[in-house]
Design a binder for this molecule. Structure first.
Ligand SMILES: NC(=O)c1ccc[n+]([C@@H]2O[C@H](COP(=O)([O-])OP(=O)(O)OC[C@H]3O[C@@H](n4cnc5c(N)ncnc54)[C@H](O)[C@@H]3O)[C@@H](O)[C@H]2O)c1
Length: 308
């Protein structure tokens, strides 16, 4: 357990993540901070009032004041606007860049040693904005996308095979967007290659569904985007860091030569432990997978170029 985890943005993803962190007692204190007055306080109090029933002791509370977040060990940034039907993640770019810049300045001033998990979209670009604004090393700015994209893919494979999600291992690389790269060659079911269990066209259909998994939820909800699975993804990453589990999870990380690329955030296999991003694992890719990863990187760079 660490002392303090702050969740910036007490909306759908932020509030759900705060509850998940508290339920697992990953910190003594979880602070939800938002610009909306009363909302983080109300949600924080409501969550804390569930603690006697659920049996956890993490103090959750909401605030509008960064002084309350001071010296957080981990900061999860979910502040910003979410997609509505017809919007791409890139449509959120400059609104969320302004929000992430101001949040990052406050986090740098009040929690200079924190590890930041970026969630706001467009994810890979918001991670760059945050790293540039805080000046934190790459070990302490990590983007959440691959865990979610992989979970979506695994959930679809489990439905298709009618088997436990727990037995499905998969790796999704690349940017958090339509160019993400689910690696069929690294998908196994209890060690059995997926290609032995499913025909290639079925695998491709599941890959395609995972790629547009976020849009599928947006089109159903109509008023916002997914938050249960995103919040669970945040909790899994934070748990790996707090418990120093050295888990290998796909996360968006600042590349410095890995996979032949530099100076951009992209989804790659990362080892997460108490120091944050402890290692990027360079897996072997087929020519086709490498081409798809390069295309995904180009899409991230194109979005970066639109930053004002
Ligand atoms: N990385 C991923 O895989 C992933 C998954 C889901 C959602 N997201 C992104 O996460 C973000 C949040 O999504 P949501 O569904 O929770 O949205 P939401 O609208 O429910 O919540 C956003 C919250 O941010 C707050 N906010 C706005 N400006 C702020 C500021 N300057 N400081 C503090 N709080 C501020 C708002 O008041 C609101 O409560 C969106 O950008 C969404 O696209 C990313």
């Amino acid at each position: 357990m660490v002392n303090k985890i702050t969740v910036v943005g007490g909306g759908n993803v932020g509030a759900s993540a705060a509850l998940g962190l508290a339920q697992r007692e990953l910190a003594k204190e979880v602070i939800i901070i938002d610009i909306a007055e009363g909302v983080p306080q109300g949600k924080g109090l409501d969550q804390w009032e569930s603690a006697p029933i659920e049996g956890w002791d993490t103090r959750v509370r909401g605030t509008n004041d960064y002084a309350d977040t001071a010296n957080s060990d981990i900061v999860v940034i979910t502040a910003g606007i979410a997609r509505k039907p017809g919007m791409s993640r890139e449509d959120l770019l400059n609104t969320n860049a302004g929000i992430v810049r101001s949040v990052s300045e406050q986090v740098k001033a009040t929690s200079p040693n924190s590890i930041i998990i970026m969630v706001s979209n467009p994810l890979d670009v918001m991670a760059i904005v945050c790293m540039k604004t805080t000046g934190f090393p790459r070990e302490r700015v990590i983007g959440m996308a691959g865990v979610l994209d992989t979970a979506r893919y695994r959930s679809f494979v489990a439905l298709e095979l009618d088997c436990s999600v727990e037995d499905i291992q998969a790796l999704v690389l690349g940017g958090h967007g339509d160019t993400m790269v689910p690696l069929a060659s690294y998908t196994t079911v209890s060690g059995i290659p997926l290609s032995q269990l499913l025909a290639a066209d079925r695998i491709q259909a599941l890959v395609d569904r995972a790629r547009t998994g976020g849009a599928e939820i947006v089109s159903l909800l109509k008023t916002g985007s997914a938050y249960y699975a995103p919040a669970s993804s945040v909790v899994q990453m934070v748990e790996a860091i707090v418990k120093d589990k050295k888990r290998i999870l796909p996360c968006s990380a600042w590349l410095q030569g890995e996979f032949g690329m530099s100076d951009l955030f992209l989804g790659v296999p990362c080892k997460l432990g108490r120091n944050g991003l402890e290692k990027i694992i360079e897996v072997e890719l087929t020519d086709e997978e490498m081409a798809a990863l390069t295309k995904s990187a180009d899409a991230v760079r194109e979005t970066v170029a639109l930053l004002s």
